[in-house]
Design a protein around this ligand. Sequence first.
Ligand SMILES: C[S@@+](CC[C@H](N)C(=O)[O-])C[C@H]1O[C@@H](n2cnc3c(N)ncnc32)[C@H](O)[C@@H]1O
Length: 190
Amino acid sequence: MKIKEIIEVGKKIDLSDCWYGITFYNQEFLKAPSTEYYFLAGFVKSLNLKNILELGTHYGGSISSMYKATEGKGKLVTIDINNLSNKRINPNIIKIKGSSFDRKTIKKVFKEFKEVDLIYFDSIIRFKSVLENIRIYTKLNPKYLIINAIFYNDSMKKLWDKLTKEFKDRAHIVKIKDKPSGLGIIEWRK
Ligand SMILES: C[S@@+](CC[C@H](N)C(=O)[O-])C[C@H]1O[C@@H](n2cnc3c(N)ncnc32)[C@H](O)[C@@H]1O
């Protein structure tokens, strides 16, 4: 996968109103799109992905970036335990409020999709939680998984190590200069 080319595709999409908001690590308020958002948008556009599920909405920066890449032709669902994105995301994006582990939330998501193209995992960044989310939501037979922060802590490094062993050449690391915690892509559907 040519990451630079994917980012260039993303940079042609206007993401000026897609921003992260308050960061968890230093409480800084980010009000501009990150390279990660250009990557996500470029990935969705380059591969023509339409059915997208996100775990972890926050203010809606990443889901809005992917939504813009579908030019309004996709179905996008995002889950969060909070409502910070309510006034920010396009009303065509389906926001489900609840924990991704909660039965009611799972039921709501499975009502929206039979199958998905992409699942973006960006909620709790710990080995057991991400594995559990993968177990639950890959029942939607995704083409791709993107996992955020695969080098953020030892727990996530352990997860990426496990996935790499299992998926071998179908596991890709996305190296982005201003993102040391990394992103991982798994080509899930053969
Ligand atoms: C890193 S932020 C997501 C950032 C967002 N994807 C973006 O780039 O704009 C992680 C989010 O996961 C949410 N979260 C934490 N536990 C969750 C759970 N069990 N189910 C769903 N969302 C959860 C948090 O409330 C937080 O908003």
